[in-house]
Write a new protein. Sequence first.
Length: 455
Amino acid sequence: MSGTTPGGPAGVPLGVPGRDFGVKDVRGEFPERIEVPPLERPPDATVRVPGSKSVTNRALVIAALAEGRTTLLNPLLSDDSFWLMKSLSDLGFPVEVVEGGHVTVGGGAGKIPRPSGEVFVGNAGTAARFLPGALTLGEGPYRIDGVPRMRERPISDLVDALGQLGARIEYAGEEGRFPLVVRGGLRGGRAVVRSAKSSQFLSGVLISAPAAREPVTLAVEGDLVSKPYVGITTAVMRAFGVEVGRPSEGEFYVEPATYRATDYAVEPDASGASYFFAAAALTGGRVRVEGLGQGSSQGDLRFTEVLRRMGCSVEVAEGYTEVRGPENGDLKGVAVDMNEISDTFITLAALAPFASSPTTITGIEHTRYQETDRIHAVATELERLGVEARESRDGIHIIPGPVRAAEIETYEDHRIAMSFALVGLVRPGIGIKDPACVTKTLPDYFRRLAALGGG
């Protein structure tokens, strides 16, 4: 399989009956650029955001490994979930979007229905990190590939960990990069997992560990980035009947077991909600997100704590979270380590130019290996806006100042597009190039943003 996209939301229109999985190809409906109109008044809004991408994609893979038929309620239907659902379908799992936007998955009880095949994950990082472990449970060979950017992103830490557990995985091209060829044989045992570049490597092994022939012990080597995402993984595993033990700090233990199918409700996406909370902070308005509150498994909800430090009023209740921006627009700069909530660092970077003092963000070196080198991209686009930004190895320092009109490059990165669009809510002349990249996680983002002002 080549590095080109073989169809789907990121490529040619779908057009295969029953195989679009509820994900409409809307990229062709986007212009080459969108200019974000400033809001006429601060928002006073209650919004709902789609289901969490992180939870949806973990639940999809676990449902495929479970015994029985699972129904996922409120899943995210976007580019990323499309590629994962298509991959599972290509492997022989019955996957269907039913009335109400729910998804049903027929599980294989720890087995892969098709003995060999090819899967393409597009630019979906979670699919790329979760599927290799699952593929070791089939006969093989299975070839897994993605878009050119996916071939640049690191994968060797995951491959090495699975290899320690008996998996046979080869690089079909450059060492340490996609594409991979995976053969069956997850024995189990003990493995050391390096997770300094992505917590998804640890999650990718954990998800498949219950189907190994022997118990699995995983020891984390070095710093574990984005730690709350591992908590999401273990919480979804628990919901499907598998407990993950913690023998000691930095160790995870999983006994052989079979996931049990269930009806599973996916909570709203905290990363996606961050943009709407930030809109309230930036404009002095009020935004409430329903269904996301106390008890959330998503670490990114802690972005509201950063907003509180910046001068916002925040209420995290049982069934919702609400943010009110300071009425006088007096946002304060902050110094914050965002290692554990790094998906929201770009949201903060978009607010920082409007604060009364500088903002320093640290602990995010691993974001250089994501959809793009996010630290460098953010610094570049802030400078395009006339804002002084100094990048370091693991962070960025932003000095507030007048913001000028500009055309924002998005680097095919949904979070760059969604974060910098916020600037346009208060500064005229902000254009977003390639706005279609938001289909990765929130296809109707710009409509939702406009609706904050009643547009």
